[in-house]
Design a binder for this molecule. Structure first.
Ligand code: FPP
Length: 260
């Protein structure tokens, strides 16, 4: 996407000393940025607050990063909001997150409309509580004709479950003889993932310093550049995003080959 330079400069005015728009090459932006938003709980606990306050602060960060990505002309932003493993959290925290997702979706529909953001979901959203599922359906419906950035929210998402689902879908077709074994290639596998139609992420950001993928986009991240920061998600802001992009732009991406 081509950024609106005036809006971009306004959004990134009053820069801190170490980073500014001048450190970024707008001609070589990652098309797809993916984020593992981690550290909400620790952020809250460090301030003597309930974990729920950390998740609420996490929503504020996500909103800032959505707007920043739109301003920067990013095509796709994907964010890991709830994993297939997160059901193991205490029931009250799961309930709070489900309510927070539903509430935020409805409250921020105007943001998606104003910023021309198209919403998609990665994961088994059919298994979510009714209210959450219904607000997600509303979000999909209301943003389906938007032509700007795609926001892919991973909710009840696990990469192993996603790959297992893809294997099943492909096996069904081969069993029905609508697909021959020789037709199964990497493109077909990609087409059967939740991310079908989206480019693979070029930059993965993980906050809170953890050095693991936590079952996120295992197939799609094959050649992605990683940026890990100790910053906790509620403290991750537009400047942190610029630092991540500046770091990405210094990388020498060879995709297994050599530089010509
Ligand atoms: C990880 O922090 C964060 C989550 C499991 C939830 C992320 C959700 C949001 C930021 C809200 C997103 C809102 C919408 C509408 C999608 P953690 O709880 O694992 O933190 P900890 O590792 O410090 O305990």
């Amino acid at each position: 996407m081509v950024p609106d330079l005036l809006k971009l400069q306004e959004h990134y005015a009053v820069a801190p000393s170490d980073i500014s728009l001048a450190h970024i090459d707008l001609e070589h932006m990652p098309r797809h940025i993916s984020i593992i938003m981690d550290g909400n709980g620790r952020w809250a606990q460090a301030q003597g607050l309930d974990r729920s306050k950390g998740h609420k602060a996490g929503v504020v960060s996500l909103k800032e990063i959505i707007t920043s990505c739109v301003r920067l002309g990013i095509d796709v932003l994907s964010a890991y909001a709830f994993s297939t493993e997160n059901w193991q959290r205490p029931q009250h925290e799961v309930d709070l997150l489900m309510q927070l997702f539903a509430h935020t979706l409805v409250k921020e529909l105007h943001l998606f409309e104003e910023e021309n953001v198209k919403l998609v979901f990665l994961g088994d959203v059919a298994a979510l509580p009714k209210k959450t599922r219904e607000t997600f359906e509303l979000g999909l419906e209301r943003t389906k004709n938007n032509t700007g950035m795609v926001l892919a929210l991973a909710v009840n998402y696990g990469a192993r479950a996603e790959l297992t689902r893809a294997v099943r879908l492909i096996a069904q077709e081969t069993a029905a003889k609508t697909l021959a074994l020789d037709d199964i290639d990497e493109t077909l596998v990609s087409e059967n993932l939740y991310t079908t139609g989206l480019p693979d992420p070029e930059l993965l950001i993980r906050t809170s310093g953890e050095l693991r993928l936590s079952n996120f986009l295992l197939w799609q991240l094959a050649y992605t550049e990683f940026y890990i920061t100790d910053t906790l998600w509620p403290d991750f802001d537009r400047w942190e995003l610029l630092r991540a992009i500046a770091s990405f732009q210094l990388r020498d991406r060879r995709f297994g080959g050599v530089k010509s």
